[in-house]
Design a protein around this ligand. Structure first.
Ligand code: NAD
Length: 502
């Protein structure tokens, strides 16, 4: 294993360049497929965060005046560079996160969509104009940027989740401070370099590496006007409460427990394909992963058999190996925590149908766990209640659509869900009834395209607006309504009454 002295040091990115600053704490970056430390992240002190916020604040007056056409031109250039370097970025993701290279390429493609959406900023920032709202009076609405905004991101989508926010925020005229997960720092620096190469002025985008100290400073800093967070629910809740207490605009996306409701009339093979793809893709480390199948009535036995058959074909290994279906988990501790749910499931009365630990046992290094399937899981047990965030799929057997729906709606989370059926009426009823923010009809991972917005309900999102797309434009701008009259001395008079539009 590489020692700390052999590893590469990661920098911050402030004022348009990589900067190294003394740190009192830091973290190791692992290659989860080999179990080796590959670099070291120095965590920002309060002074480093303040430096990044100051750089963003200094860049704001000029950036907000930069013509929309020029902002769009830079984003088009970012789009071209990102397109050209997709694989380079994907390789960074596979190295630090462990996901397979094709999966990483998919992540880059979905991030790119957000840049493409933001390229339309001249159109997106169009306001409204009402001529003659009153006699000689026009009313119009404009949307203005907030100033310095910050984003905190998780380990599981190290490129896409930063791009969810950056593109819209910057397009709208804000200056950004990004605090990525310390487990996967390099893609954020790659993205910052790329924006700089595309012509983004220094200070408009800054990246600080850090932990709770950096996040707390961003939440409390008087010059930071809005913050967005993506990560686990306990941190999201704390983030939202602290940020709003300090008078900031906050959106905080949290964890998930996504259910797939399979009705007896579902196309069985398609449902099994979808369940396996959505449960074990990215080793289950997606906030939109399916972690519970609600099997209605007689569909349970054949569906479980079909899933089991497909699991046998999933090869676990390095994400760079073309035959690998599923890479490692992010850390050894997380892998062991996830594996622990298999023992908990048995203790709580469920049945482990496929135990992924046998796969892990064949690999000396790396944080691997094979695809695991647990049957007869019940709400109220550990395997059901926790967000496991790994390759463990639970099957809950239910008697009816109504019983399945009740379980979904009573769950604390409400990120994504899906129904599998051939019955259009049942699907339509489901989309009406279900208390979840993103719904799939025979689509297991219903992540909205970039021109809609992404967000869950209940403990999966704290705040009012969803992320990216039209909600993203609203989040990163303030509305101003101007009521205007050009004086006409012939009609001017004193009137102490409240203005009426006659
Ligand atoms: P995490 O909550 O541990 O970390 C997220 C970010 O918060 C990181 O940048 C981390 O450095 C920082 N952080 C961690 N603890 C903190 C603390 N106490 N105070 C301040 N900052 C802190 O999440 P993770 O493990 O990186 O990511 C996995 C989680 O993210 C899962 O729960 C997953 O469901 C969720 N997620 C949600 C979405 C969504 O859109 N809803 C998307 C991706 C991931």
């Amino acid at each position: 294993m590489a020692t700390a002295t052999e590893t590469k040091a990661i920098s911050h990115w402030i004022g348009g360049r990589a900067v190294e600053r003394p740190a009192t704490t830091g973290g190791d970056v692992w290659n989860p497929a080999t179990g080796e430390v590959i670099s070291h992240v120095p965590f920002a002190t309060v002074a480093v965060v303040d430096e990044a916020v100051a750089a963003a604040k200094a860049a704001f007056p000029e950036w907000r005046q930069t013509p929309l056409a020029r902002r769009a031109e830079i984003l088009f250039k970012v789009r071209a560079l990102l397109d050209e370097r997709r694989e380079k970025l994907a390789r960074i993701l596979t190295t630090e996160n462990g996901k397979t290279l094709p999966d990483a390429m998919g992540e880059v493609a979905r991030g790119l969509e957000n840049v493409e959406f933001a390229c339309g900023v001249p159109n997106l920032l169009k306001g409204g104009f009402s001529e003659g709202a009153s006699r000689g009076v026009d009313v119009y609405q404009i949307r203005q940027p907030l100033g310095v905004v910050a984003g905190v991101t998780p380990f599981n989508f190290p490129a896409m989740v930063p791009l969810w926010r950056l593109s819209n925020a910057i397009a709208c005229g804000n200056c950004f401070v990004l605090k990525p997960s310390g487990k996967v720092p390099s893609s954020s620096l790659f993205i910052a370099e790329l924006f700089a190469e595309a012509g983004l002025p220094a200070g408009v985008l800054n990246v600080v590496m850090g932990d709770k100290v950096a996040v707390t400073r961003l939440l409390e800093h008087p010059d930071v006007k809005a913050l967005s967070f993506v990560g686990s629910t306990p941190v999201a809740r704390h983030f939202y409460e602290t940020g709003t207490k300090h008078g900031k605009r906050v959106q905080a996306l949290g964890g998930a427990k996504n259910h797939m409701l399979v009705l007896p009339d579902a196309e069985l093979d398609a449902a099994a394909d979808a369940a396996v793809s959505a449960a074990y893709g990215a080793a289950g480390e997606r906030c939109m992963a399916i972690s519970v199948v609600l099997a209605v009535g007689a569909v349970a036995d054949p569906l479980i058999a079909a899933i089991e058959k497909r699991i046998a074909a999933i090869k676990v290994g390095s994400g760079f190996d073309a035959s690998t279906g599923m890479g490692p988990l992010i850390t050894r501790e997380h892998r062991d925590r996830v594996a622990g749910f298999l023992d908990a499931a048995v203790e709580d009365g469920a049945k482990v149908v496929v135990d992924g630990r046998k796969d892990a046992a064949t690999k000396e290094n790396g944080f691997f766990l094979g695809a695991s399937l647990v049957d007869h899981v019940k709400p109220g047990t550990r395997c059901y209640d926790a967000e496991i965030f790994g390759p463990v799929l639970s099957v809950v057997r239910v008697k009816s659509y109504a019983e399945g729906l009740k379980i979904i709606n009573e769950n604390a989370y409400g990120n994504g869900t899906a129904i599998f059926t051939r019955d259009g009426g049942a699907a339509r009823q489901f989309q009406f009834d279900v208390e979840v923010g993103m719904v799939g009809v025979n689509v297991p991972i219903p992540v909205p395209v970039s021109y809609y917005s992404f967000g869950g309900w209940k403990s999966s999102l704290f705040g009012d607006l969803h992320m990216y797309g039209p909600d993203g434009i609203q989040f990163y701008t303030r509305s101003k309504v101007v009521t205007s009259r050009w004086p006409d001395p012939t009609t001017s008079k004193v009137d102490l009454g409240f203005p009426q539009n006659r």
